[in-house]
Ligand binder design. Structure first.
Ligand code: AMP
Ligand code: GLY
Length: 426
């Protein structure tokens, strides 16, 4: 089979590497890819947003299956476009991707389906949002309703901060049109958990758990990022918790989407907070998480291609999903300054040595090849992933590999997975 992976981050490197191992795959292309995908696939210089060119490429190269990594093309309707041309593609339709692309829609659907989530109000006008926030005497979370690369959520400790957040989103338009509508919601407290499920329209298969660290700074301080590191499995995701998430969150939302003429097919990712009153949804994503995918696929022993095809064909009920019991920890090496302004084009050293270590995967994200050198090319540069017999060993392995790699101004959180280690030993 000829496969095309769309995207150029760490998630797509992990996906490309995983499917390239499938005995049924003869050729993998990645658009646009990065220096890591170049080792397992042929990179194609087409951006993820150039939908027409991607369709033309898939036809020309007789691509048997396309796998979409990022949310933007899904929300733009890439799946509908490919299917209209008779091309096989993995991911939700434009209508179903609204579960991520439009947080106001997601909120309304959750209310309708009685899915536990933060109490929220939706505003289309700055003055109405401003009046509402002014009457509050507690902190709130202000969210841009549209896509903002994981950065459009501002947790505000008091109303004054919330008014500033409203200005940033609706007046300064820091996130562009994503801020045409805002959600103002109550602050939830508790540990966070990401749950990924494969959904074939009807059947839900909950994958092993993975935990992200979204804040830039150690001890979860500083601004939110796309994710600074992950571990899998998450000790807080007990069988009981996962069963509750499936019953109270996934089943009702998947049913509601089917009834709303937006049946869900693809990866559904629920970002949750485990509150004293049970799990509540912070957000839904319509694709694999990044860097959650890196730890999940480092542990997946089954053939990813088989699982993807079972999802497309409505045969998930028969799927065989096997995991390496050993935990994995992924540490993101970022460019200094991210998620704000940062420099690109710094030479990366030590990659081959780190990659050669056993139980280590060096997933590339913002990297590119210049001549025979690998250079930084984005905010999140690498997702260095280690496996070990327990989470502390996996963490140690990941940081051993991190310490072999260097580039100017590299930034790394040193406490990835400490939460899990503390929970395990508590
Ligand atoms: P989201 O993109 O909606 O997952 O939000 C990004 C991050 O903001 C989450 O991972 C949480 O840490 C935080 N967050 C979002 N919504 C809430 C909420 N209602 N209460 C507390 N924290 C939140
Ligand atoms: N790591 C968070 C996300 O992919 O949305």
């Amino acid at each position: 089979m000829n496969l095309l992976v769309i995207g150029g981050g760490g998630r797509e490197h992990a996906i490309a590497e995983s499917i390239a191992r499938s005995p049924r795959v003869s050729k993998v292309y990645c658009a646009p890819g990065n220096a890591g995908t170049a080792k397992v696939a042929e990179n194609v210089p087409l951006s993820e947003g150039n939908l027409a060119a991607l369709v033309a490429f898939a036809k020309e190269k007789k691509i048997d299956l396309t796998i979409v990594g990022p949310e933007a093309p899904l929300c733009e309707g890439i799946v509908d476009l490919f299917q209209a041309e008779g091309l096989r593609i993995f991911g939700p339709s434009k209508a179903a991707a609204r579960i991520e692309g439009d947080k106001a829609y997601a909120k309304k659907l959750m209310k309708l389906a009685h899915v536990p989530t933060a109490e929220a109000r939706i505003f289309h006008h700055h003055d109405q949002a401003y009046d509402y926030v002014s009457t509050r005497d507690t902190g709130v979370v202000v969210k841009a309703a549209g896509l903002a690369a994981g950065k459009g959520v501002i947790v505000c400790q008091d109303p004054a901060e919330a008014l500033l957040a409203l200005d940033r989103i609706m007046i300064d338009r820091d996130f562009g049109d994503a801020g045409n509508t805002v959600i103002v919601e109550e602050i939830l407290k508790g540990p966070e958990l990401s749950v990924h499920a494969l959904v074939d329209g009807r059947t839900i298969y909950v994958l092993d758990s993975a935990q992200d660290h979204k804040a830039l700074g150690e001890a979860d301080t500083g601004p939110n990022t796309g994710g600074m590191g992950t571990y899998s499995p998450a000790p807080i995701a007990t069988d009981e918790v996962l069963a509750m998430v499936e019953r109270d969150v996934l089943v009702p939302i998947v049913d509601a989407m089917r009834q709303d003429d937006a049946p869900y097919r693809g990866v559904l990712y629920a970002g949750l907070m485990l509150t004293p009153a049970g799990p509540k949804v912070l957000e839904f994503n319509c694709r694999f998480g990044d860097p959650e995918t890196q730890v999940l696929l480092a542990r997946l022993e089954s053939d990813l291609l088989d699982l993807i095809e079972a999802t497309i064909d409505g045969k998930l009920a028969e799927a065989d999903v096997r995991w390496n019991k050993n935990p994995a920890v992924c540490v993101v090496m970022a460019s200094g300054g991210y998620p704000g302004i940062y420099h690109k084009g710094k030479q990366i050293q030590g990659l081959a040595e780190a990659d050669a270590m056993s139980d280590v995967h060096v997933y590339h994200a913002g990297t590119k090849i210049t001549g025979d050198q690998v250079m930084t090319n984005g905010g999140r540069v690498l997702g260095v992933t280690g496996l070990g017999p327990d989470i502390a060993a996996a963490k140690a392995r990941a940081y051993q590999a991190v310490d072999m790699i260097s580039f100017e101004d590299a930034y790394v959180r040193r406490d990835i997975a400490d939460k899990a280690i503390n929970e395990t030993t508590a």
